[in-house]
Design a protein around this ligand. Structure first.
Ligand SMILES: [Zn+2]
Length: 337
């Protein structure tokens, strides 16, 4: 990916980050520290080697691997604290952070204990200008019963900081309609609804997530460019696409959507979405695992040919389409950097 510099007027704006996985923010040095805690020798170079993929399944394997070092609540506290510092360094004043509760349950951990450690580690950053809310995320390929347990844990934690429920993982597995009951339960629990769709799957996955599950924001959704009627629907209903360019290049998702093994930065559909009137928020997905940052994602969007006014609109969208109350949105958006 070739990129240009980010215009200063965009770089200095306070930003919101709405699609970012805590577990994908683990820097190599932190992964090595975690491994050491558990008696495993791992160098930063070893981690760097695992953070390189040529396809989506290799990325999923690396994600599983790095999360295998997250064993105790204190491990989650360590990565959350480091993540908060990464956000502050980039003028991020607000983030909705995805937590892989589905993976915690797979490993027989107590999500409430992990979550409480994360909250305790990150709340001190509020006085430094960073507000965080959380999205409890299930793993699609584990099926609807496991996903329902994630909703139950969100209920049990009973925290106003848990704002939404989502599903990620392999969207080519398990039919969307099987999650209907789970999303109904999430809505009853007062959670906002999200889903990763149209990342490696086709545009029909996006449509199903909207029509069958009532999602308000779609993780990635890049397949939408293949279906003009779907682009109209997204624009009309103000369904938000959380677009993560570096991720799309590094997992090979964009290459497979375009059926072009080596797409260039100009081939990304982001400008098409913006100019079609679709609300887009720019995000990093897994910043350490994709060697990116929110600042770099704006530079990528700039390199795609988006004008300064369009970039500024995406910055504003990060607050407008967050799950914050209007008053809070305003406070965090206009906080001096
Ligand atoms: Zn994601």
């Amino acid at each position: 990916m070739s990129t240009r510099e980010l215009p200063a007027g965009i770089a200095e704006l306070s930003k919101a980050e709405l699609h970012v996985h805590l577990e994908g923010s683990v820097r190599p040095a932190i992964a090595a520290t975690l491994a050491k805690r558990h008696g495993i020798t791992l160098t930063e170079a070893d981690v760097q080697q695992r953070y390189a993929y040529t396809n989506f399944n290799q990325f999923i394997d690396a994600f599983k691997w790095v999360t295998s070092f997250l064993r105790e609540p204190a491990d989650f506290a360590l990565i959350a604290c480091d993540f908060a510092q990464q956000l502050i360094a980039q003028n991020v004043t607000y983030a909705e952070v995805t937590l892989s509760v589905g993976v915690m349950l797979l490993r027989h951990q107590n999500p409430q204990a992990n979550f409480e450690a994360i909250l305790a580690a990150t709340e001190p950053f509020e006085s430094k200008g960073l507000r965080l809310n959380w999205i409890f995320d299930a793993v699609r390929q584990f099926g609807p019963d496991r996903a329902a347990e994630v909703v139950d844990w969100a209920r049990l934690c009973h925290s106003p900081r848990i704002v939404a429920f989502g599903i990620g993982g392999d969207e080519l597995q398990v039919e969307t309609k099987q999650f209907r009951r789970v999303y109904a339960r999430a809505a009853e629990a007062g959670l906002r609804r999200l889903m990763h769709a149209g990342e490696v799957g086709g545009p029909e996955k996006i449509r199903e997530a909207i029509e069958l599950l009532g999602v308000e924001r779609v993780g990635h959704g890049i397949a939408a460019f293949r279906d003009p009627a779907l682009m109209d629907l997204l624009a009309e209903r103000r369904i938000v696409l959380e677009v993560c360019p570096a991720s799309n290049f590094r997992t090979g998702a964009l290459a497979s959507q375009l059926r072009n093994p080596e797409p260039s930065i100009r081939d990304h559909p982001l400008p098409q979405f913006v100019r079609h009137g679709i609300a887009v928020v720019l995000s990093t997905d897994d910043p350490s695992m994709f060697h990116t940052s929110l600042r770099e994602e704006y530079a990528h969007a700039h390199a795609m040919g988006l004008r300064d006014s369009e970039l500024a609109q995406m910055v504003e969208n990060g607050f407008t389409y967050s799950f914050l109350a209007r008053q809070e949105r305003h406070k965090l958006h206009f906080r001096p950097a």
